[in-house]
Design a protein around this ligand. Structure first.
Ligand SMILES: Cc1cc2nc3c(=O)[nH]c(=O)nc-3n(C[C@H](O)[C@H](O)[C@H](O)COP(=O)(O)OP(=O)(O)OC[C@H]3O[C@@H](n4cnc5c(N)ncnc54)[C@H](O)[C@@H]3O)c2cc1C
Ligand SMILES: Cc1cc2nc3c(=O)[nH]c(=O)nc-3n(C[C@H](O)[C@H](O)[C@H](O)COP(=O)(O)O)c2cc1C
Length: 754
């Protein structure tokens, strides 16, 4: 098979090596427009794990690379006059030039044909001359552009500008410097990559860059600016550039590249041409070289299965791994783009937030890397070395014994709104299980405001004693507090029990539903009647009455459900609210009624008991609520006296395109907490202790709600305590023998794992 590779960067060269090592008879030609060691940038980093992959693929290359490495373990963060260090991160740096020269030499030794200073312009002609054409031509890939119809690329230009500089400053840690100027924040990402030199990347927001006039600065002016700004850290060392061969300016915008397909016919994309990962996660070269391993492996099947099949196999083998890393890189990119948001955090938490920004490293993972650092952050967070989730939290006069919350979950098991034995056992067990706060499911303020015939209510006199029985049990038998979530189904009402079909309209026993506008939730749902002002008054009063009944029942806290496309959520989202009166139109107008309801509820709720509001922080569709709106919504409720925002997302339209993943809604909580300055609760696919503690210690939320994990394990919190070796979590006295045994087993498991 004749292989032509456009681009002789790490991806193309490494692929050439691997193909030649495995299939020596295949002619492999690499065409590169630059001279052999003509390269932008300075150094690249590899994690220890990446090196293991390289070792398995081609030991000779790995050995050479490893011999040229500078290894370091620490990350050092300079912020606000503080220097914070954390260890155990295990990275190695190498000069990009050195890496390329190793790869070029090895490729030459194995018989790869290397053509330098050849800019390929006619991609189609190159393709016709070979059996397999590889587009390894970097982030601005001409191969990708030439076949854009087939690859369907997505290019996302990010909001920061960066310049990739070098310095003789001898750094002994991966170093972040975060520095404020009169026009905004600058961040440095710096690391040493050989005996003499370190990479020094400077980054700032586009508007900051413009305000400093850096758009008109030439290279020397850029360097002078950066040297002056970072003078206290440079200790007399100079900054340098080697980007003279680059056309245009020194300051670039990072572009996130992804492609719907990576191959078609005999053309395949590799490395940055297929996908990019922001330099702040330092993984672009790793991904490029791992792509080469994946492609070389898949090509072994080209003869038996056909080339196209083999290329598809390569894509399948790599895509998920790449997507995971790109998601982590997106979190990291956004963290640096919004560094001003985090600059309000105390330095300890700022540093922790930076270290865990990609959501890939959790609290226990950090502890494995550096116990002393984690002890220090725990002491800072909780006053002593305690897992953050077990640090009490106070909202008004309510003290929660820990930060774990049983998220509201509809059980569809009430009769005319009355919770019965099932609810006593269900909520009672979860309170016994150790969570600091247990939520009721959405409890509907009128019969017609129920989602289904099985939903809970607070509209009949008998609802008060039925709830009181549960509340009293929780208070008498556990240290958990209990929060009543009040809601009205609006356009999503009169539907079946969950297990008979989610959002499916009732076949019999239905009732008319209402909404801000006559827009059905989906084509199959009922068309709701548009609410008149008089009806809005009635529903508002029903909320206030239900709050009063909740007080009678003894609830510790109240939550207003303004999420998931139910009535109040439908007022807020423009997708469902097309009103022409003062309750429709602008976000301010759309919030008017939900705020009015909140005010009415707050008025009957005692001043020393807290309230929370659950919102959908995004509709996950264009033209709907987005992160910017979510900040405004949270601010509006905060101004009315809400103590906590329970940050959920979506479920407002069947057209939503959610981006699922671990902790996928937490970035919204993070943003609201740190931009609005209100306590938040994160929720959504948070499943383990590592994630929970990282969210809390990093200041991404003040409480963490777990829904499905609590359905699977009512004792999630007590299990977490045992897993962490935290013995102080109070167990029900009746169960103490279980505590001892579980702790013993958990200690053994920890020992075996260490
Ligand atoms: C500021 C910054 C810092 C980074 N830091 C790191 C890091 O620390 N660690 C890390 O792993 N990664 C890092 N990266 C990413 C890394 O540089 C890339 O991910 C990696 O180089 C991708 O390798 P590649 O071979 O796919 O593409 P490239 O290295 O871009 O190579 C593509 C090659 O194709 C050539 N080419 C392009 N078009 C043509 C054409 N038409 N004809 C002939 N030749 C052509 C180019 O000249 C180039 O040599 C960083 C990137 C940036 C921008
Ligand atoms: C069966 C079920 C019922 C739910 N009922 C409610 C509800 O009544 N009120 C509410 O606000 N959210 C409800 N939710 C959403 C959860 O509170 C939570 O936000 C969601 O499950 C995501 O968290 P998780 O990934 O931890 O499960 C429900 C979720 C499930 C799985």
């Amino acid at each position: 098979m004749r292989v032509t590779c456009i681009g002789g960067g790490p991806a193309g060269l490494y692929l050439g090596i691997l193909i030649k090592a495995r299939f020596p008879s295949w002619p492999v030609r690499i065409v590169e427009r630059n001279r052999p060691l003509d390269t932008f940038g300075w150094g690249v980093v590899f994690s220890d794990a990446t090196l293991e992959n390289l070792q398995a693929a081609d030991e000779a290359t790995r050995r050479e690379i490893t011999e040229s490495f500078v290894h370091w373990d620490d990350i050092e963060i300079h912020f606000d006059g503080h220097t914070i260090r954390s260890g155990g991160h295990g990275f190695s740096g190498i000069s990009r030039k050195r890496l390329l020269s190793i790869l070029q030499a090895r490729a030459g030794e194995l018989g790869v044909e290397l053509n330098f200073q050849t800019d390929v312009t006619d991609i189609g002609a190159e393709r016709d001359r070979c059996d397999l054409m590889v587009g390894a031509d970097g982030a601005n890939s001409r191969v990708r552009q030439s076949f854009a119809q087939e690859f369907k690329p997505n290019l996302e230009r990010r909001r920061c500008r960066y310049v990739w500089l070098g310095t003789t400053l001898p750094l002994d840690a991966f170093t972040f410097i975060v520095e404020r100027t009169e026009h905004g924040w600058f961040t440095v990402h710096a690391y040493r990559f050989d005996e003499e030199l370190s990479t020094f990347i400077v980054e700032c927001r586009e508007e900051t860059w413009l305000a400093h006039g850096l758009d008109t600065a030439d290279t020397q002016q850029t360097i002078a600016f950066c040297e002056q700004l970072f003078e206290p850290y440079l200790h007399g060392h100079r900054l340098m550039t080697n980007s003279a061969h680059l056309r245009g300016r020194d300051w670039l915008n990072f572009t996130r590249v992804s492609n719907e397909r990576w191959s078609f016919g005999n053309v395949v994309l590799l490395g940055d041409a297929a996908h990019t990962a922001h330099f702040s996660v330092g993984s672009g070269t790793k991904l490029a070289m791992e792509d080469a391993i994946g492609l070389a492996d898949a090509l072994a099947f080209a003869e038996s299965d056909g080339l196209e099949q083999a290329l598809e196999q390569y894509e399948v083998s790599r895509k998920l791994e790449v997507l995971k890393l790109q998601n982590a890189a997106r979190n990291s990119t956004e963290w640096f783009e919004n560094v001003a948001r985090y600059a309000t955090l105390p330095p300890e938490q700022f540093a922790y937030s930076l270290l865990t920004r990609s959501q890939r490293i959790g609290h226990e993972n950090l502890r494995l890397r550096d116990t002393t650092y984690v002890d220090r952050i725990e002491r800072w967070f909780g006053g002593r070395a305690v897992p953050p989730m077990f640090v009490p939290f106070v909202l008004r006069g309510l003290e929660l014994q820990n930060r774990i919350v049983v998220s509201p979950m509809d059980m569809y098991s009430c009769l005319d709104g009355t919770p019965g034995d099932f609810h006593l056992v269900h909520l009672g067990t979860r309170a016994l299980g150790g969570a600091g706060l247990v939520f009721t499911e959405m409890t509907c303020v009128t019969r017609e405001g129920r989602i289904s015939p099985g939903c809970a209510g607070m509209y009949l006199p008998e609802h008060v004693p039925a709830w009181k029985r549960i509340v009293d049990f929780v208070h008498a038998s556990s240290r958990a507090k209990i929060c009543l979530q009040l809601g009205h189904s609006g356009p999503k009402g009169a539907t079946k029990l969950l297990w008979d079909g989610m959002d499916e309209p009732l076949d019999e026993g239905t009732w008319p539903v209402v909404a801000p506008s006559a827009i059905p939730y989906s084509p199959k749902n009922q068309v709701p009647a548009e609410l008149s002002r008089a009806e809005m008054d009635e529903i508002r009063d029903a909320f206030a009455r239900a709050a009063g009944m909740g007080l009678e029942a003894g609830f510790d806290m109240l939550e207003l459900h303004c999420a998931h496309g139910y009535l109040l959520s439908s007022f807020i989202t423009p997708l469902r609210n097309h009103r022409r009166d003062e309750y429709g139109g602008s976000l301010e107008n759309r919030l008017r009624y939900p705020l009015e309801v909140f005010r009415a509820m707050r008025a009957v709720w005692p001043a020393d008991r807290p309230t929370s509001v659950r919102i959908s922080a995004t509709d996950w569709v264009d033209g709907g609520i987005d992160g910017n709106d979510a900040v405004e919504i949270a601010r509006a409720f905060k101004d009315e006296g809400a103590d906590l925002i329970d940050v959920s997302a979506g479920q407002t339209t069947p057209d939503a395109k959610p981006v699922y993943g671990r902790m996928f809604q937490t970035p919204y909580s993070d943003r609201i907490r740190n931009e609005v300055g209100i306590a938040t609760m994160a929720v959504g696919n948070i499943t383990d202790v590592d994630q929970v503690d990282a969210i809390l210690a990093g200041g991404r939320a003040d409480l963490v709600a777990l829904g499905r994990p609590h359905l699977a394990d009512p004792f999630w919190t007590l299990h977490a305590a045992a897993e962490l070796g935290y013995e102080e979590a109070p167990w029900p006295v009746q169960y103490l023998s279980g505590k001892e045994q579980l702790e013993r087993l958990a200690a053994r498991a920890r020992e075996a794992a260490s």
